[in-house]
Write a protein that binds this ligand. Structure first.
Ligand code: ACO
Length: 347
């Protein structure tokens, strides 16, 4: 395939879309499944409720809803897309990629469809891939989507209460074609030496599904060393923020909004404290959506824009951490407030 001439100008997020399931599940509702309390969850995580997929919802249907909203906001025809990338740790199925189902549903007939498994920082890391393709002239639709509720152990109170389902989509276009959130800088890192600390180890080729494993109930188990994850999330999100700022030639004083991965409120507060940034500049919706993995930053950006918080000329800093361990950050410069649409599941 011949490559079009590249551009030195960074690509832009020209539009965004979000979708969440209609079903709300409060902390009190978790009491039906595990021994927990609203007070425990709220004080440890800041989470009050989350959205949970219904029987008729899956990663592909949720990702498709967010993708449709994004393309509608941009008035961008799906057959012009060259790439459909889905960042997810909870795919539609083992094979083919979730992105294939989304591609078919939205009619992106000229696009390559691929999934990226990058943990909770996958959306930001994949934005780097999308940006590099868009810089070469290819329109890219990037969707972060998780249906964690169907991929976790509902009897494990130490992990299950942390998560929620949702999807956030971004249309990434060459700089010459659109304005929006210009990708001024982006860094992404992985340290696979901590790959065993956080993840879902069963059901793959190392620990295949067997009748015994399913009978044991561990096939959906999420392994997580909570306090170790907490400490590393704070350290690496801080480090990533400074690295992305340095690459952009900016300082924290230039940043109007930090839009972090919504891991939990205590992590966000600790990162803000380390960066010496007022908590009011750190966007948070973790109370209402919990941790939606690689969907969380897209959802947060859509919500922040709908609330009128973004203005032309502002700089945003996105920063994320997740399994791998992997972490990533980007500085986005608002050359125009991008159009957004969301399906908050309330209509
Ligand atoms: N309800 C009530 N009690 C609970 C619950 C619950 N849902 N979950 C655990 N407990 C109990 C534990 O069993 C333990 O009881 P014990 O002392 O009798 O053994 C007690 O609470 C304390 O458990 P800890 O794990 O020490 O609690 P901690 O204060 O560390 O909080 C938490 C746990 C919230 C998971 C914290 O470690 C954390 O936020 N870690 C970061 C993990 C994270 O965000 N993961 C998401 C994926 S990665 C990412 O997105 C960055």
């Amino acid at each position: 395939m011949s490559e079009p001439a590249g551009s030195s100008a960074p690509a832009v997020i020209a539009a965004l879309g979000a979708a969440v399931p209609p079903r709300r599940m409060t902390n009190a509702d978790w009491g039906q499944y595990v021994h927990t309390s609203d007070e425990w969850i709220r004080s440890r995580t800041g989470i009050e409720e989350r959205r949970v997929a219904g029987d008729d919802e899956s990663t592909a249907t949720l990702a498709t809803r967010a993708a449709e909203r994004c393309l509608a906001a941009a008035r961008f025809p799906s057959d012009r897309l060259r790439w459909v990338l889905v960042s997810t740790d909870t795919p539609e199925m083992w094979n083919p990629a979730t992105a294939c189902f989304v591609q078919a549903a939205i009619g992106a007939v000229n696009a390559v469809a691929l999934d990226i498994t990058g943990g909770c920082s996958g959306f930001v890391a994949a934005l780097g891939l999308a940006e590099s393709r868009a810089r070469l002239g290819d329109p890219v639709l990037l969707i972060g989507c998780e249906v964690l509720s169907k991929a976790m152990d509902w009897s494990d109170r130490s992990t299950a209460v942390l998560f929620g389902d949702g999807a956030g989509a971004a249309l990434v276009l060459p700089a010459g074609d659109a304005q929006g959130l210009s990708v001024t800088s982006l860094i992404a890192r992985t340290d696979g030496r901590d790959a065993d600390i956080l993840g879902k180890p069963y059901g793959g080729t190392k620990n295949p599904l067997t009748p015994e494993l399913v009978a044991s109930g561990h096939h959906h188990q999420i392994v997580m060393h909570g306090q170790y994850v907490f400490r590393n999330a704070v350290v690496h999100m801080t480090e990533a923020a400074y690295a992305a700022l340095a690459r952009a030639g900016l300082t924290l004083g230039d940043i109007d909004w930090i839009v972090p991965h919504q891991a939990n409120q205590r992590i966000l507060d600790a990162v803000a404290e380390r960066l010496k940034v007022e908590a009011t500049r750190v966007y948070s919706n973790v109370a209402r959506f919990a941790n939606t993995g690689s969907a969380s930053i897209g959802i947060a950006l859509v919500e922040a824009i709908q609330r009128g918080l973004l203005e032309r000329g502002q700089h945003l800093l996105t920063v994320a951490f997740g399994s791998g361990f992997s972490w990533a950050a980007s500085v986005l410069t608002c050359t125009a407030v991008p159009p957004v649409e969301a399906d908050w599941g309330t209509g």
